[in-house]
Design a binder for this molecule. Structure first.
Ligand code: TAP
Length: 499
């Protein structure tokens, strides 16, 4: 299986000898995060105990140790949170001028930046993601969303001229565990900028950053009830999105749950946006800048352990360069450092939860059983925690499960093509349509491919780039509606004459 060595780094001595070396541990201190033993619900600006009197355990995926106990909300708690959000909408938030709402959003953005180290450590502790990613991507991007939408709050009539943009009311928002703080920002920032109030349910595996965000709301003096956070299992999410006094539902997560939510909302006048799964094609032409493309492929699938809805999980390499490209990719894989998420040198952290690890293992076994060739570098995995080696499959059939199903893990399926038409046909042969990547030096080819790929986002000569000004969303079973940019505002507004 493995080809690499435990220590892929070495100095050449000039006489042909290689002296191997290892990275010294460089752990970020977790002292900055002060965890309480228990977290209640955040309703009406206060932390309240759940009516159930029940709590569930939140664990660190890298150690399997308990981080805190989290409140298990009841349907009555959901009802209370929606009622509080409704009153805050009527009494405070919808009556404030946009420029006043903007002040709160700017304040939240600034506090997130001031507390960025704390949030970065927290995201890595709770989610298993490498600290360099939570520090350089999750937290700065979350703050950037609040900065960006703060700027829109008093300019809605300029964003939609000759219309009458009005907030929808109470937004029910349900988010997943792969980017807990960032998904919260994607949901809360545009909702608040547009004048809505929210009730948000984080994933049960990663509730902490949302609960710390409650503290940010208090610090920013946000009027009570404008943001409410409830925690609990999927059925509490179901109760929230089905609540009759909710005007808008925004969900990010699996396609299966997205369909359930679609059914729950059907026949009501609730507005709905769904951000679901993906199986993105990353397409490498023979004239691509190869060094950059290798980095783009690695970033595309191993960033956040591949637990990314828009991950470049299907690699299409033009046949003429496939063999050398795959060799170089394997060499690059052998240099990835897998381990402690809090270590600043770690490239691939822990898998978020045990169920997800089991799903990855099952699909990788299916890939082997279906006859694909597996490559995994011979890196050592920590003895405790949920870890999985970066994995690459070659000889993959289009019909194989690993080419069709979303694995949501550090697993890449490599396929080949000869012509641009064949690349398009194979890339579009999926039930998903969230994202894609094209690597070539020809601008005209990029434009041609972009117009034919059925994907909401297409990156050219880069991958996994996010910006608050840019809309993001899918085709087909990847969902509908857009988040980010002006499109993201639109999802929280009634422009008059229907939305
Ligand atoms: P889901 O089960 O879809 O969970 C996402 C969120 O929905 C969580 O907050 C979850 O709560 C809640 N939820 C579960 N069942 C619900 C229901 N019937 N009604 C309303 N809310 C409900 O996703 P997951 O278990 O976190 O991940 C499983 C798969 O989802 C992954 O393998 C991946 O394919 C996909 N996924 C996609 C994305 C994106 S960004 N598209 C992100 C994460 C996961 P609990 O956490 O309490 O169950």
């Amino acid at each position: 299986m493995g080809r690499g060595t435990a220590s892929p780094n070495s100095w050449a001595l000039g006489d042909g000898q290689q002296v191997p070396w290892e990275y010294a541990p460089a752990p970020e201190s977790r002292e900055i995060v002060q965890l309480k033993s228990r977290y209640g619900l955040f309703i009406g600006g206060k932390e309240v105990a759940p009516r159930s009197g029940q709590w569930f355990t939140d664990v660190d995926p890298a150690t399997e140790e308990q981080l805190a106990e989290i409140a298990r909300a009841t349907v009555e708690d959901v009802d209370q949170a929606v009622g509080v959000a409704r009153r805050a909408f009527k009494r405070d938030w919808s009556t404030l001028p946009g420029s006043e709402r903007a002040k709160y959003l700017f304040r939240i953005a600034r506090i997130l930046q001031e507390r960025s180290r704390e949030f970065a450590v927290l995201e890595s502790l709770d989610g298993g993601k490498p600290i360099k990613e939570s520090r350089d991507v999750d937290v700065p991007l979350a703050a950037a969303h609040f900065w960006y939408y703060a700027g829109w709050a008093d300019k809605l009539e300029y964003a939609f001229p000759n219309r009458d943009p009005q907030p929808l009311g109470v937004a029910a928002q349900v988010i997943p565990w792969n980017f807990p703080l960032l998904m919260l920002a994607w949901k809360i920032a545009p909702a608040l900028a547009a004048g809505n109030t929210v009730v948000l349910k984080p994933a049960s595996a990663t509730p902490l950053s949302a609960l710390f965000f409650a503290d940010v709301c208090r610090q920013a003096d946000l009027p009570a009830g404008v943001v409410n956070i409830i925690t609990g299992p999927g059925e509490i999410g179901q109760a929230l999105v089905s609540h009759p006094d909710v005007d808008k539902v925004a969900f990010t997560g699996s396609t299966a749950v997205g369909k359930e939510i679609g059914r729950a909302v059907a026949g009501t006048d609730k507005a709905l946006t769904l951000e679901l799964g993906g199986k993105a094609a990353n397409i490498i032409f023979d004239d691509a800048p190869i060094d950059q493309a290798i980095e783009g492929v690695v970033n595309g699938i191993y960033f956040n352990q591949g637990e990314v809805c828009c991950a470049g999980s299907r690699l299409f390499v033009q046949e003429s360069i496939a063999a050398p490209f795959i060799e170089r990719l394997k060499d690059r894989l052998s240099t990835l450092r897998v381990g402690d998420p809090l270590d600043k040198n770690t490239d691939v952290g822990a898998i978020n939860n045990a169920a997800q690890l089991a799903k990855i293992e099952e699909l990788v076994e299916a890939g082997v059983a279906e006859g694909a060739d597996i490559y995994q570098p011979a890196c050592e995995l920590p003895a405790r925690g949920w870890f999985f080696r970066p994995t690459l499959f070659t000889n993959v059939a289009q019909s194989s499960r690993i080419a069709q199903e979303e694995i949501f893990g550090p697993v890449l399926s490599v396929l080949t093509f000869r012509t641009p038409a064949e690349a398009i046909e194979k890339a579009n042969n999926t039930m998903y349509g969230l994202s894609a990547g094209v690597w070539t030096e020809k601008g005209s080819r990029i434009l041609d491919m972009v117009s034919k790929l059925r994907a909401g986002v297409v990156w050219a000569n880069t991958f996994n780039r996010f910006d608050p000004t840019s809309p993001f969303g899918g085709y087909k079973e990847s969902g509908y509606g857009r988040e980010g940019g002006m499109h993201g505002l639109l999802a929280y507004l009634d422009l008059g004459g229907g939305h």
